[in-house]
Design a binder for this molecule. Structure first.
Ligand SMILES: NC(=O)c1ccc[n+]([C@@H]2O[C@H](COP(=O)([O-])OP(=O)(O)OC[C@H]3O[C@@H](n4cnc5c(N)ncnc54)[C@H](O)[C@@H]3O)[C@@H](O)[C@H]2O)c1
Length: 329
């Protein structure tokens, strides 16, 4: 059935691919983004389609959400992805990260309640803070160090509080779900100084510079291809019913991640393989405070309740990204 869907953060890395997939699936989509980090070129395939509307504006503002509402007279589903993301921002602009991430979530939760819409929140494994017990399950505890040590958890803390606000809305009757993508990557991932690791490594190779590893490179991550991440959001938004397998669905959280755990040093070597250039140099630089040593998901709920499965290996995904980057004008 065709749904009216609002995607916030629509011009961003994940949001733009999510909009494409939702339109492809036959839905009517409004994409909202203030272009803080998003880029309109990501939405170029959608711009002339009747089923897609883009609104430039701030998701914290009710007047902007009213403008979105006016397009279809409300929404059946909200995918809330607008946020300040990118590790360097967490340290440099901690108060902005907190302000934007928390207030966009509060405003869109309230709007979803007004519209009687289902709500999907893009949280993050960083909502678990520096929890060391792996794998991270849907119900792992969150563990945050003293805030005077560093400001990295402006981001994870904002996602944690977003989850708290969501659970409060669920208790008041909202049908809401949480998606936690584990290190998404794809050809739209930013590779500038405020970008994320795979984007930065490919950008270094493309500009004939050394790949930089922050810290000693022993920290591990599970990198998840954008198509798998988008599929997780779509499934989380599409699943109907109040109870699935005896678990209440409202308030349910889904870890969406590959379980292929690789160190950042191994990642750099995989990128060298993907670009087929053994001469690319790899150097170690200063690490980020609060960077977790490991981040491994347990995706049991996503697999059982959503029927989600990670289908792209890191090797295949990295080769695909490099091919796509080389096709871009
Ligand atoms: N990329 C990942 O690996 C990853 C992992 C976990 C969680 N997430 C979450 O998924 C979501 C999307 O991430 P992404 O990687 O696409 O990041 P992104 O930065 O590419 O996308 C976020 C978008 O939100 C927009 N935005 C920022 N402030 C806004 C505001 N006040 N109003 C409207 N739009 C605003 C930005 O311009 C940007 O386009 C974010 O909420 C992020 O925290 C991403």
């Amino acid at each position: 059935m065709t749904k009216r869907i609002l995607v916030t953060g629509a011009a961003g890395f994940i949001g733009s691919s999510l909009c494409e997939r939702l339109v492809e699936d036959g839905h009517r989509v409004v994409g909202l983004d203030n272009l803080f980090r998003g880029q309109l070129k990501h939405l170029s395939a959608l711009e002339h389609l009747e089923e897609f509307h883009f609104i430039e504006g701030d998701a914290r503002e009710d007047s902007v959400l009213d403008t979105c509402e006016a397009i279809y007279g409300g929404f059946d589903l909200v995918h809330h992805l607008a946020a300040i993301n990118g590790t360097r921002w967490f340290h440099e602009a901690a108060r902005d990260v907190i302000n934007v991430n928390i207030n966009t979530t509060l405003a869109t939760l309230a709007a979803a309640e007004r519209w009687n819409a289902r709500y999907v929140f893009a949280s993050s494994p960083e909502a678990f803070g520096e929890e060391e017990l792996m794998p991270l399950s849907e119900s792992s505890a969150s563990s945050f160090p003293s805030a005077h040590q560093h400001q990295r958890h402006s981001y994870g803390g904002s996602k944690y509080l977003g989850e708290v606000a969501l659970q409060h809305a669920v208790a008041s009757g909202l049908d809401a779900r949480i998606v936690r993508p584990f290190n998404a990557y794809g050809s739209r991932l930013l590779g500038d100084d405020y970008g994320q690791v795979i984007g930065m490594m490919f950008q270094a190779v493309a500009s004939n510079q050394s790949i930089q590893i922050h810290g000693d490179g022993s920290q591990t991550r599970c990198f998840t291809h954008i198509d798998d991440v988008v599929d997780g959001f779509v499934r989380a938004g599409a699943l109907d019913g109040d109870v699935v397998e005896n678990k209440p669905l409202h308030g349910c959280s889904f870890n969406i991640g590959s379980t292929e755990e690789v160190s950042i040093t191994e990642l750099a070597n995989s990128i060298k393989n993907a670009v087929d250039d053994p001469d690319v140099r790899v150097i170690n630089t200063e690490g980020y405070h609060g960077d977790s040593k490991r981040r491994v998901p347990d995706c049991t709920s996503a697999e059982h309740l959503l029927g989600w499965k990670c289908s792209t290996s890191l090797e295949t995904g990295l080769k695909r990204v490099w091919r796509e980057l080389n096709l871009q004008p």
